[in-house]
Design a protein around this ligand. Structure first.
Ligand code: BJW
Length: 267
């Protein structure tokens, strides 16, 4: 019988129940890991992904059309209320097994960088320490005129509230289409991708740039790239390992099979 040869250039597609031994070996040897997460990692916490159909009052709106400076200028009340609704959903959610497995992974790796496109803050609530938020955070606000963070403002009936310094409209401190990403976070993410032994792309449709460039940059620099997603994405055919399934199932299995059973998290 010939030996089973592993071809890293051909993506290895796995079902939820089997993690390739070769991936476990590479994880155990890894010194530098970078992880990019998207909305899918919070799906099992009950937070809708960005592109899935919205529900209730918001079902008739297209999220890609609301997440723009033009939408805010056209109807600031509508956009502010959409974010207020999303804040409520996230407040009711808890980090899930996928977020917690990344907290465990961080403990085992000398240089671990968690890069997220999510604005929900669930990685920090789970206990991850080094989190680069590329698209901002739902729970912060800034002044639309001055582009400066605003931590508090007087109670009023205004929607959106007004900036206490200049009277301009407040907006969520997130990155909308056509806007620049926070420079320092993007630079750190690019560095981490360029130097990673292993790069994970988890729960993202890999459609939005410049975040979608990060796994490609890691591949180009010679990293093993692993995608975890129940659906194929434009990245899938390039990655080294494609793990098809929910991150809340696959990540805990991956961590347990690599480093043994982990501590029980108290949230
Ligand atoms: C599961 C799961 C489970 C489900 N387990 N998985 C180069 C080429 C083409 C265009 C551009 C380009 N460079 C820049 C652009 C323009 C634009 C862009 O990328 N457009 C594309 C749509 C084509 N980019 C920008 O404008 C960026 N700015 C910029 O580049 O500035 C410089 C510049 C300006 C002007 C011109 C040129 C350059 C800014 C992008 C900001 C994105 N902001 C948003 C909104 C944030 C606030 C908010 O949340 O409201 O960020 S858009 C939205 O998409 C959000 C997300 O972070 C981001 C990514 O979405 P994500 O996370 O992938 O979610 P989904 O819903 O798409 O996918 C979920 C996935 O989970 C799915 O695959 C599921 O299968 C999976 N899943 N359950 C694991 N249990």
């Amino acid at each position: 019988m010939p030996n089973k040869v592993f071809h890293p250039e051909i993506p290895t597609v796995m079902s939820e129940l089997s993690i390739p031994g070769e991936l476990i070996t590479r994880l155990r040897a890894a010194q530098r890991i970078a992880v990019l997460t998207g909305a899918g990692i919070s799906a099992e916490s009950g937070v809708p992904t960005f592109r899935e159909a919205q529900t209730g009052l918001w079902a008739r709106y297209n999220p890609e059309e609301l997440a723009t400076p033009e939408a805010f200028q056209h109807d600031p009340k509508l956009v502010w209320e959409w974010y207020a609704w999303r804040q409520d959903r996230v407040r009711q959610a808890e980090p899930n097994a996928g977020h917690l497995a990344l907290v465990d992974m961080e403990r085992h790796i000398a240089e671990f960088t968690l890069i997220t496109q999510n604005v929900d803050g669930l990685h920090r609530r789970a206990g991850s320490h080094q989190v680069l938020e590329l698209h901002g955070n739902l729970f912060r606000a800034k002044c639309f005129n001055e582009d400066r963070p605003v931590e508090s403002w007087p109670d009023s009936d205004d929607i959106p509230p007004r900036c206490p310094r200049c009277g301009g409209l407040l907006r969520p401190d997130v990155v909308w289409f056509g806007e620049s990403l926070p420079e320092a976070a993007l630079r750190a993410a690019e560095q981490a991708a360029a130097h990673a032994d292993l790069f994970f792309s988890i729960g993202t449709s890999a459609l939005v740039y410049p975040a979608a460039n990060l796994p490609l940059a890691a591949l180009k620099a010679g990293a093993t790239v692993v995608e975890i997603n129940p659906q194929p994405t434009p990245l899938s055919s390039y990655v080294t390992f494609s793990l098809n399934g929910a991150s809340g199932v696959i990540l805990p299995m991956l961590v347990a099979q690599t480093w043994g059973k982990q501590r029980i998290h108290n949230l």
